[in-house]
Design a protein around this ligand. Structure first.
Ligand code: SF4
Ligand code: SF4
Length: 347
């Protein structure tokens, strides 16, 4: 597959307009209350789509795994009834950056692990995905995480060039989407401009983790760094923002919400955060990570050790969202490099 085509800005506008007219499309849109910031939202016209942006606060995983998701409705009748809440409408997710494509792919693997979760793959199967390249800021470290050129799960991928966009056609679904669109074959000059865009992006990436994923995992596994975790925990508020903004966090909680008459209700799942004090609280009142430094350490161990060992890559895309969102200014790259420096200082 992987044909490379050219789409002019005018043709792109018409293409997006047609997709939106045909069915639900979620994409990055200007946050009206905070101009200059974009968020993934359902679009009502092509004018709302912002294809060139640095990042969003909340990653596009919310298209497949909403922060609050009803699973089924129940009625306490005789006999009781249960009705699954099943969304069946196909949709298109537009404007996904390479690191977020990698994040979605990591969640594919995480939710497929036995016992497999059913909602995520069902939502993924309903969607077509269009990726777009990005210009990173000082928080991004996707190069270190090997996600900066990911095309995982994308049907089409766009790179901005002088004449519009270089369009990589990656799947048959992508080819089908372009069927009625105004595209032409890309020329060598278009391809070299796309390569220059990627080089420029690489040159802007200054943040990096100072060890390979394997070395970092080994450090976390073998070094006792309690003093450092206590220092970081001394600044952390346990607010959970680092988890709720993370494209690779997949933990959730499940609750039954009853109506006021207690005759029925909904079972709902919501995003959860391992940084919240009650996250590891179990029946009987024991809390496996009651103390804050244990939860801070857990976040690093989870992303760079346990899930790395399970899935063969760190569960961090290098998007920098957790660092941008942290009110305590706890930066994942700085902390990781401090871990590495202290560990190496001991050897
Ligand atoms: S966002 Fe910052 S302050 Fe909040 S839990 Fe995460 S590390 Fe702690
Ligand atoms: S841990 Fe932070 S930098 Fe890594 S994927 Fe999650 S939000 Fe992005």
């Amino acid at each position: 597959m992987a044909a490379e085509l050219l789409m002019t800005p005018y043709a792109m506008d018409r293409f997006m307009g047609r997709l939106i007219a045909e069915g639900p499309v979620m994409g990055p849109r200007d946050r009206r209350v905070q101009p200059g910031f974009v968020k993934f939202e359902w679009l009502s016209s092509a004018d709302e789509l912002v294809l060139e942006y640095t990042t969003t606060t909340i990653p596009p995983k919310k298209a497949f795994f909403p922060p609050r998701q009803p699973l089924f409705e129940f009625e306490l009748s005789e006999p009781p009834t249960i009705t699954a809440v099943q969304e069946a409408t196909p949709f298109t997710l537009v404007g996904v950056h390479p690191c977020d494509l990698a994040g979605l792919s990591m969640l594919d693997d995480a939710y497929a692990r036995e016992p497999a979760e059913a909602c995520w793959p069902a939502a993924r199967a309903r969607a077509r995905v269009i990726g777009v390249d990005c210009l990173p800021d000082e928080y991004c470290f996707c190069f270190a995480m090997n996600t900066c050129n990911s095309r995982e799960g994308a049907d089409l991928f766009l790179t901005p060039i002088a004449r519009g966009y270089l369009v990589e056609v990656l799947t048959e679904a992508g080819e089908e989407m372009l069927r009625l669109s105004d595209v032409e074959d890309a020329e060598d000059e278009d391809r070299s401009q796309a390569q220059a865009f990627r080089r420029d992006k690489g040159n802007r990436l200054s943040a990096s983790i100072d060890a390979s994923p394997e070395e970092f995992a080994e450090i976390l596994e073998t070094q006792e760094l309690g003093e450092l975790w206590r220092e970081i925990a001394g600044r952390c508020y346990s607010c959970g923002s680092c988890n709720t903004t993370c494209p690779t966090c997949f933990c959730f909680d499940i609750n039954d919400e009853f109506d006021l008459g207690l005759t029925g209700g909904q079972r709902v799942r919501t995003w959860d955060s391992c940084q919240l004090q009650e996250f590891a609280l179990v029946a009987g009142g024991h809390n496996f990570r009651r103390i804050r430094w244990q939860r801070v350490r857990h976040r690093w161990h989870r992303k760079f050790l346990y899930l790395y060992r399970t899935f063969g890559r760190p569960y961090c895309t290098g998007c920098g969202r957790c660092s941008r969102a942290c009110t305590a200014d706890i930066n994942i790259v700085d902390v990781s490099n401090e871990v590495i420096a202290r560990a190496r200082g001991r050897v």
